[in-house]
Write a protein that binds this ligand. Structure first.
Ligand code: PXP
Length: 241
């Protein structure tokens, strides 16, 4: 299972003072040196964390893989086609949300997403759709030629009882298996942390996890190297080889 690090919250910290530090680009490059498999950023309409300068620098400097989370809106699609990340992950975006609140409804937005995927493909960019672990949504993603899905793990991460956690993990397990059968790659993310990754890392059919807040929060306390290493160690220790 690959581990991609979302560095948006380094930019959040920088933006709190409108200064240049801490720099999300420097942070991402350090994280790469310590072993992450890719760098993830979400260019939001309100630019509340990373901005275009960060994105373009990351494009020049990231040597692993750049995953751009983005809403399927015109100006961001144009930026994506120009910047050429290895992967564009399409997410729903609400202006007032604190963070992405759930998966995109592929079924309700089928034709718009189909044409967005086609445009990104024509620019040579692979596409992932951030969706709930729901079989109908997965079928719709395959129908419009998505290369990957990213399963929303928010319900799993927020589970309050062991039963709830078990049920959601099972739903994710079945969803990942189904997506693989349809030929798509499977990523996952949202709310994954040093505790809930132990069980999660043992799931089959998940190619990649996208983790931000927990690792950034840990890095503030213990440094980038240790925060990244601790997550890599959990994945290596618990994944089924
Ligand atoms: N995947 C997607 C699509 C997201 O929107 C986010 C949050 O930016 C993440 C993964 C990472 O979530 P977290 O910061 O809770 O680890």
């Amino acid at each position: 299972m690959r581990f991609c690090l979302n560095v948006d919250h380094i930019a959040t910290l920088r933006n709190a003072r409108g200064e240049t530090q801490p720099d999300p680009v420097t942070f991402a490059l350090l994280a790469e040196q310590y072993g992450v498999d890719g760098v993830v950023v979400h260019l939001r309409e309100d630019r509340r964390h990373i901005n275009e300068r960060d994105l373009r620098l990351l494009r020049e400097l990231v040597t692993t893989k750049l995953d751009l989370e983005m809403a399927a809106v015109e100006d961001i699609i144009e930026i994506a086609c120009d910047v050429q990340p290895e992967l564009a992950t399409i997410v729903p975006e609400k202006r007032l949300e604190l963070t992405t609140e759930g998966g995109i409804n592929v079924i309700d937005n089928l034709e718009h997403l189909r044409s967005t995927i086609e445009r990104l493909h024509n620019s040579g960019i692979s596409v992932s759709l951030f969706i709930e672990p729901d079989i109908n949504q997965i079928d719709a993603a395959a129908e419009i030629n998505s290369d990957f899905i990213e399963l929303h793990t928010g319900v799993y991460s927020n589970a309050e009882t062991e039963d709830e956690e078990f049920d959601e993990l099972e739903r994710i397990r079945q969803a990942a298996k189904h997506a693989k059968k349809l030929g798509m790659g499977v990523n996952a993310g949202h709310g994954l942390n040093y505790k809930n990754m132990k069980q999660f890392a043992a799931l089959e059919n998940i190619d990649e996890v996208s983790i931000g807040h927990s690792v950034i929060a840990r890095a503030v306390m213990v440094g980038v190297e240790q925060a990244v290493n601790e997550m890599l160690t959990i994945i290596q220790q618990y994944e089924i080889k």
